[in-house]
Design a protein around this ligand. Structure first.
Ligand code: ZN
Length: 149
């Protein structure tokens, strides 16, 4: 399983470390031969000298969709775990102020945007919602459910 980072508003994949440069190069060749991967780059780890990883972009829509779904699922799960402890306050115009005691951070959040680093750096370019927005969406739905009973 590769690690995913965002580069130029796209998902960039990064493999685990290979024990040698030639093993990494072998994997790079395999990706090249497959034809669905681009900008394949082999680099030495900053933390573990002598070990190498491979970075690449994928142009396979299925792979990209699967990874995007996975990233969204992680955020929804985190919002359900941490959200129980959130302290929140409605401001106005669909904007809420959410405090997460676990991280000590407070953000202004709406369903359209959030101030957190995750939303700015990853969610926004990929059209995902962050854990705060996921929490907000579920919280608002619950309020409406209980009001209509
Ligand atoms: Zn957020």
């Amino acid at each position: 399983m590769s690690k995913v980072v965002i580069a130029n508003n796209q998902l960039k994949f990064r493999t685990r470390l290979f024990k040698s440069q030639s093993l990494a190069q072998g994997f790079g060749k395999f990706l090249e031969g497959n034809g669905k991967f681009s900008e394949i780059r082999i680099a030495e780890s900053n933390r573990s000298a002598g070990k190498f990883y491979v970075e690449f972009f994928s142009s396979n829509p299925e792979t990209l969709n699967r990874m995007t779904d996975e990233l969204q699922k992680q955020r929804i799960e985190r919002s359900r775990e941490e959200g129980k402890d959130y302290k929140f306050r409605y401001i106005a115009g669909g904007l809420w102020r959410i405090h997460n005691p676990k991280s000590g951070m407070t953000y202004n959040v709406s369903l359209i945007e959030c101030e957190c680093k995750d939303w700015i750096g990853r969610c926004k370019p990929l059209s995902l919602i962050c854990k705060h927005q996921a929490w907000l969406a579920e919280h608002i739905l619950q309020e409406e459910d209980s009001a209509s009973v």
